[in-house]
Design a protein around this ligand. Structure first.
Ligand SMILES: [Zn+2]
Length: 304
């Protein structure tokens, strides 16, 4: 019997992911489009009994009244890195929160028993941050209801940039984070082939790095936009099916990730994603594959 597992992690961020380029993207993404993309996604996962790790930007999952209770921290952050915070904080103060604050989306994942993870409090990436900003971010996180209501232990670092000092995250109750795979030209060209991803290199890699477990980086579901749109959808679907088959054969973990808003900016991705998740669902039903969230992966590793 195979011990293969399927893990899906989602970077849930709305406009926070583009805070440093806010005005360029603000016409592409809004609450209505986000609601419909998240609904599509949640329904598909539920139909196929797949449970994911939904890593939320804490502010994105918080309502405006609560967030503004901590305007002293927001103002402090703004001063330390105006390039990241100016546009998005001004929008919140002006009560233009479209695509910026959507706690109802976080509740959708909670209701369906998905894991809520952390994708930064305000999505500032490590290359723009410093130790003062990191502390303020974690301080804000600790004060917001989300951190009190859910046991949040899994991190997806913004823009996949792993900070140098991980000890501080352990102190705030986190146990693991998603690793980062650096893509290059060969990796990108590999998207045009139906060969499975080399899971043998990624096999259940839980490095115990500075007190946090590193979960294997997984692979980005091809986002068919710009040059990436040259990869035919059927090739992407076939590649993932081959990867799943390979994982079942060798008892490995398949890890897929993307941003739910990619489904808005490249609607073709809904086709690839539903085909792949329906296939995962068939394999779960037949008992060949199990759906595992990050926290479950860590615990299964500890119990071995
Ligand atoms: Zn992100």
């Amino acid at each position: 019997m195979s011990n293969a597992t399927f893990t899906l992690s989602l970077d849930c961020e709305g406009m926070w992911g583009m805070a440093d380029n806010f005005h360029k993207f603000k016409n592409d993404i809004n609450s209505t489009l986000l609601n419909s993309a998240y609904d599509f996604l949640i329904n598909l996962l539920s139909k196929n009994q797949v449970h994911c790790t939904a890593a939320f930007v804490t502010a994105f999952g918080t309502n405006r009244d609560e967030l503004l209770t901590f305007n002293n921290i927001l103002n402090e952050l703004h001063k330390l890195c105006p390039a990241w915070y100016s546009s998005i904080i001004n929008e919140i103060y002006r009560n233009n929160t479209d695509g910026i604050l959507q706690p109802e989306l976080l509740r959708l994942f909670e209701l369906d028993n998905h894991e809520i993870g952390w994708h930064g409090t305000t999505h500032i990436p490590a290359n723009l941050s410093n130790s003062n900003i990191d502390l303020l971010e974690l301080e804000l996180f600790k004060n917001l209801t989300i951190s009190k209501k859910y046991k949040i232990e899994s991190i997806v670092f913004p823009r996949n940039i792993i900070p140098e000092n991980l000890n501080i995250y352990k102190k705030f109750g986190f146990s693991n984070y998603r690793g980062c795979l650096h893509s290059n030209i060969f990796y990108n060209l590999n998207q045009f082939s139906t060969n499975p991803y080399k899971l043998d290199l990624q096999e259940m890699r839980f490095l115990y790095k500075e007190s946090l477990y590193e979960i294997n980086s997984g692979h980005f579901l091809n986002w068919p936009s710009n040059l990436r749109s040259l990869v035919p959808i059927n090739i992407t679907v076939e590649k993932w099916k081959q990867t799943i088959n390979y994982a079942i054969e060798h008892s490995l973990n398949v890890h897929m990730w993307f941003h739910p808003h990619n489904l808005i900016t490249a609607p073709q991705m809904q086709i690839s994603f539903s085909n792949i998740i329906n296939y995962v669902g068939e394999k779960i039903k037949s008992g060949e594959l199990k759906s595992k969230k990050f926290g479950e992966l860590v615990r299964s590793q500890l119990n071995q």
